[in-house]
Ligand binder design. Structure first.
Ligand code: FMN
Length: 359
């Protein structure tokens, strides 16, 4: 077979992924305003699972109401969400893929107009266009750790095989990790060990609740593209700490307060623009590493795997453009893959454009 590296299985703890292609978490706004799963959301993910991807990662689900990052943000902060989440995980399984769900809290990025209160963060430093957040007290940090733990347990109870912990894209866990947003002088700040402590405690909580054999992926912004922000060197230390803490995979991403464009990289960035960061993380950990970012064809994906620059390939927009990309690559029908086309704002109507991007 042409893309034989792509179609090798990977065992993570007790979960076997049938191939190396992962669907990236991508907010759809297909949940209800209250964060409940809808038929539309189930059908969107079923169709993508049917396309042959090994692992579907469901979009960022908030671990508390004040952690919502956008309108119609999927919720996982209460047992009332369980029936819908169960249906969603079942639907993905029925189509032959494994199911992961991303858990997150927007922190200072939570829009006041949506959460109806002042957002929270490690320090009272606003993000671009955001409100000044309330600095979390130690008691509130303990509650946040419980919120993440409870959310991960709910994911397991709903039948998800894997939890993806979102510590990228400027949300609360990256806010704690980054020297740009964390100016605390207590045990949760000051240096790398202090800034990563919250995440280490969350990982320990998830391990306590979900057990040692439950796979936990950590989505990390490896480079904040800022002279005083996170860079590869510090992220290598963070990845090593995460591995020791019990993470099962480092999911390499980018973007942050000073580089919003690197969250969803534009066409001005080269294909596979984050692969060098994944390679750098692979040098310091022995757990698998995944990589995302404009890897929009199976040939490039296969090459990255064959060069051992990453262990899993994560695709977002290419699977919106053609959910059957994996199956077409498997069947040698590369020419039939509908590519993710660059579009300009003028090509889309405002209504088509608006629901696509989270805040
Ligand atoms: C519409 C949309 C929504 C997204 N929502 C999320 C999200 O909820 N969580 C996350 O970690 N990344 C999110 N992302 C980023 C993607 O997971 C991915 O990292 C990014 O699109 C780059 O990959 P790609 O070039 O394959 O699209 C989103 C991207 C898009 C296009």
């Amino acid at each position: 077979m042409e893309f034989d590296n792509l179609f090798q299985p990977l065992l993570v703890k007790r979960v076997e992924l049938k191939n190396r292609l992962v669907m990236a978490p991508m907010a759809t706004r297909f949940a209800t305003f209250g964060g409940e799963v809808t038929d539309r959301l189930i059908s969107y993910y079923s169709v993508r699972a049917r396309g042959g991807v090994g692992l579907v990662t469901v979009e960022g689900a908030t671990v508390s109401p004040e952690g919502r990052g956008w309108k119609n943000n999927l919720g996982i902060y209460d047992d009332k969400f369980l029936p819908g989440l169960r249906q969603l995980a079942d639907a993905i399984h029925q189509e032959g893929a494994k199911a992961a769900i991303q858990i997150f809290h927007a922190g200072r990025k939570a829009p006041v107009g949506i959460i109806g209160q002042q957002p929270v963060g490690p320090s009272p430093i606003p993000c671009t266009k955001g409100e000044v957040p309330k600095e979390l007290s130690l008691a509130e940090i303990r509650r946040l750790i419980d919120n993440f733990g409870d959310a991960a347990l709910r994911a397991k109870r709903a039948g998800f095989d894997i939890v993806n912990l979102h510590m990228a894209h400027g949300y609360i866990l990256q806010q704690f990790l980054s020297p740009l947003s964390n100016k605390r002088r207590d045990i949760y700040g000051e240096n790398t060990a202090g800034r990563v402590r919250l995440i280490v405690e969350i990982v320990a909580k998830i391990r306590e609740l979900n057990g040692d054999d439950y796979p936990l992926f950590c989505r990390l912004t490896v480079d904040e593209s800022s002279s005083s922000g996170l860079d590869l060197e510090e992220s290598q230390k963070i990845a090593s700490i995460l591995e020791k803490a019990g993470a099962d995979l480092i999911d390499v991403s980018a973007g942050g307060p000073e580089a919003q464009h690197m969250i969803i990289q534009p066409m001005t960035e080269p294909r596979g623009c984050l692969v060098h960061l994944a390679e750098g993380i692979k040098q310091v950990v022995s757990i698998p590493v995944s990589v995302v970012g404009r890897i929009n064809n199976p040939r490039l994906a296969n090459e990255i795997l064959s060069r051992k620059q990453a262990d899993l390939i994560v695709m977002g927009r290419p699977l919106i453009a053609d959910q059957e990309l994996p199956i077409k690559a498997f069947n040698g029908k590369e020419d039939e893959i509908r590519p993710c086309m660059p579009v300009t704002r003028g090509v889309l109507t405002a209504r088509q454009w608006e629901p696509v991007f989270p805040a």
